[in-house]
Design a protein around this ligand. Sequence first.
Ligand SMILES: [Zn+2]
Length: 85
Amino acid sequence: MSARLDGNAVAGLLGELVGRELTLATGVCGSCGASAFVAELHVYLRAPGTVVRCPACEAVLSRIVEGRGRVWLDLSGLATLELTL
Ligand SMILES: [Zn+2]
């Protein structure tokens, strides 16, 4: 597995996709219910693709794969993602 980074490693890409700054958005883990800022999440690049894990239980929260001019965004491990308007 690739080296672990923090959520800042994906905040830029996710922010581009949703058109908002996401560093301080709050994600709630669908497995353990822990909440954390996106900046605090655990990120593994080239895992393959990008894998975002819960800092409390290491469950997969999100997978991001880019290729052929497209992005596949899997947020199925998140219960919610709360953004400030
Ligand atoms: Zn968790």
